[in-house]
Ligand binder design. Structure first.
Ligand code: XMP
Length: 326
């Protein structure tokens, strides 16, 4: 019978058999897949696992804390957080082109992860231990898409900042290889992974970096983070999370428009709301959100985020629009 409990029992046994006494590392992005994969491996081999979260400063409000506090509290996992916000900002300075942003973020991510890995290997070496395994949250649809073969060469690099280079000298541990997304969520819940992580909507690896149209700066990230937090809070409050596939909130940082607030003229930035409904992100339709919810989000964002004086709604399906603006 397929039950989350059975999957956990089978996978825990398989992971133990594969890893033995060696040490294992896992890159934790904050997404569902890596969190559930890590929780499974933690259940199987406990302290032999070290998770690494690369804090690139492009996460939404509260997300790093969610990993740092809630995930660790519920799983007991060893977690190393690399605070690399400055490094990413420096590397991204002056860059507006979306694909260049992705490339830079991906490249820096890999470098930081390799540094973390080196530190962990050194430490383990001093204790006379071996680090030979790397956890990946590969799902069944990824396996099918990549041809179903074995090994590192099949890690999906497409779109994925978590995509690690092929020449990593690691044996992969992929406890989610036979599962679909909803099954992963069920397994995560059974393992006690916090609901905020388990039920998370898709969020791109490059994070808010590809939701600022224009150059990425610390100030712009802060503006977007505040607007995004308001939109998410109101959508959740209205009970709409399950009707939406995801809702990118985008800052048009290079655009300004005239507005009026109090007695004064303003010259601020627009925020775009991009709520979409989808089955698999390959195609999508814009979600018909209730006007009163849109109204509350708009009023709150323009009242609470001084730099924003206009909120606009994206009513484009995919195709021709993509879900993200970049
Ligand atoms: P698009 O914008 O191509 O997005 O319609 C389809 C899905 O992919 C996500 N997305 C990304 N995920 N790295 C990721 O990990 C990326 O660079 C990236 N770009 C888009 C997007 O959020 C949507 O779920």
């Amino acid at each position: 019978d397929w039950t989350p409990g059975n999957v956990i029992a089978d996978q825990v046994a398989a992971i133990k058999a594969q890893i033995g006494d060696a040490r294992v590392i896992c890159a934790l992005s904050g997404g569902v897949d890596s969190a559930v994969a890590a929780a499974l491996v933690q259940r199987a081999v406990g302290d032999q696992l070290t998770c690494v979260h690369v804090d690139h400063g492009l996460m939404r409000a509260g997300e790093v804390e969610q990993i740092e506090n809630d995930f660790v509290a519920s799983t007991g996992v060893n977690l190393v957080i690399r605070d690399e916000k400055e490094r990413f900002l420096r590397a991204l300075a002056g860059v507006s082109d979306p694909e260049t942003k992705r490339k830079i973020i991906g490249r820096e991510f890999i470098r930081v992860f390799e540094d973390a890995q080196r530190d962990i290997i050194e430490e383990a070496g001093e204790a006379g231990e071996e680090v030979r395994f790397l956890v990946q949250g590969t799902l069944y649809p990824d396996v099918v898409e990549s041809g179903g073969g074995e090994g590192a060469a099949n890690i999906k690099s497409h779109h994925n900042v978590g995509g690690l280079p092929d020449d990593l000298n690691f044996e992969l541990v992929e406890p989610l290889r036979t599962l679909f997304k909803d099954e992963v969520r069920a397994v995560g819940r059974e393992l006690g992974v916090p609901e905020e992580i388990v039920s998370r909507q898709p969020f791109p690896g490059p994070g808010l970096g590809i939701r600022i149209v224009g150059e990425i700066t610390a100030e712009r990230l802060e503006i977007l983070r505040r607007a995004d937090a308001i939109a998410r809070e109101e959508l959740t409050k209205a009970g709409l999370d399950n009707e939406i596939w995801q809702c990118p909130v985008v800052l048009l940082a290079d655009v300004r428009s005239v507005g009026v607030q109090g007695d004064g003229r303003t010259y601020g930035h627009p925020i775009v709301l991009r709520p979409v409904s989808s089955e698999d992100a390959m195609t999508a339709d814009w979600t018909r959100l209730p006007y009163d919810v849109l109204s509350v989000i708009s009023t709150r964002i323009t009242n609470e985020v001084r730099e924003v004086n206009r909120v606009v709604l994206d009513v484009t399906s995919k195709p021709p629009g993509t879900i993200e603006w970049e």
